[in-house]
Write a protein of this length. Structure first.
Length: 163
């Protein structure tokens, strides 16, 4: 399977949901979930603190996001669901969107963004791919977001951003 990028933007009610995806397929070994979470949060906040160019658009530095356990749970459940049920999409087979899944887990925010990926062996690799993709990069740099959770299940990576 090739690494294809497929951005999708959906507007839901009073909130905005930005859906973004990357395709591929591999697995990381010998790294705990805690190490992945700490590295992912540190990398996202390092990017946000320095600013960057997403595609051809300069994105100035923005405040850091803070870890949110509910968004982590939503990310983990979605990653596992995609893996177990053999699909790769922001919209689950039951029709649920990222904001619906996060709210079902107890998240009270009205704005959500999600990056999903498969095919990368490490946080460094998946972050590099997301940073090189204009829409994924912009999601990570969006100053709307203040909360963050991420998870990995086998070959599936999910980042959830919220406010």
């Amino acid at each position: 399977m090739s690494n294809q990028l497929t951005p999708l933007k959906i507007i839901i009610g009073v909130g905005i949901l930005i859906c973004l995806s990357i395709y591929g397929c591999k697995k990381e070994n010998n790294t705990s979930a805690e190490d992945i979470h700490a590295a992912m949060l540190a990398d996202v906040n390092a990017l946000r603190s320095t600013g960057c160019t997403c595609g051809t658009t300069y994105m100035p530095p923005v405040p850091p996001v803070k870890w949110n356990n509910i968004l982590e749970t939503a990310a983990a459940e979605h990653a596992k669901d995609m893996y177990v049920n053999n699909y790769f999409s922001h919209i689950a087979p039951n029709g649920s969107s990222p904001i619906q899944r996060a709210q079902a887990d107890g998240y009270t925010g009205m704005y959500m963004g999600e990056n999903i990926a498969t095919g990368y062996n490490s946080v460094v690799q998946v972050m590099d791919a997301w940073e090189k993709s204009e829409d994924h990069c912009k999601a990570m740099m969006d100053s709307t977001y203040v909360d963050f959770g991420a998870a990995r299940y086998n070959s599936i990576w999910v980042q959830e951003f919220g406010r």
